[in-house]
Design a protein around this ligand. Structure first.
Ligand SMILES: [Zn+2]
Length: 101
């Protein structure tokens, strides 16, 4: 499975953010930002825009070894977030590689 992003060693779910512990550092991703980054068919087509101004995270389930499925307070639960996407979102947000907190 070369090229696949390995799973973080721990995932912490908070209502307003998701915290991921990678081997090389910790990343925190905002719930609203994650909701906006959903890549399910409905969201990509613009049909599933959140009705909630500040969506909260209400659940997270692993999908195989490669991704996390997130559930949001607006009822949306179809978003699959591969580890590689979560890494990318963090990099984009921080503008720099992962750092230790
Ligand atoms: Zn979606």
């Amino acid at each position: 499975m070369s090229g696949e992003q390995a799973a973080p060693s721990a995932v912490e779910l908070h209502p307003d953010r998701l915290r991921l512990h990678w081997p090389d550092g910790m990343a925190e991703l905002d719930a609203a930002m994650l909701r906006a980054a959903c890549r399910c068919g409905g969201c990509r087509a613009g049909r599933n825009v959140s009705t909630d101004a500040l969506p909260r995270l209400v659940g997270a389930e692993p999908v195989g070894l490669y991704a996390l499925q997130l559930r949001f307070s607006d009822g949306h639960e179809r978003g699959i977030y591969p580890w590689s996407l979560l890494r990318e979102l963090w990099r984009d947000r921080a503008g720099t590689p992962l750092g230790f907190c």
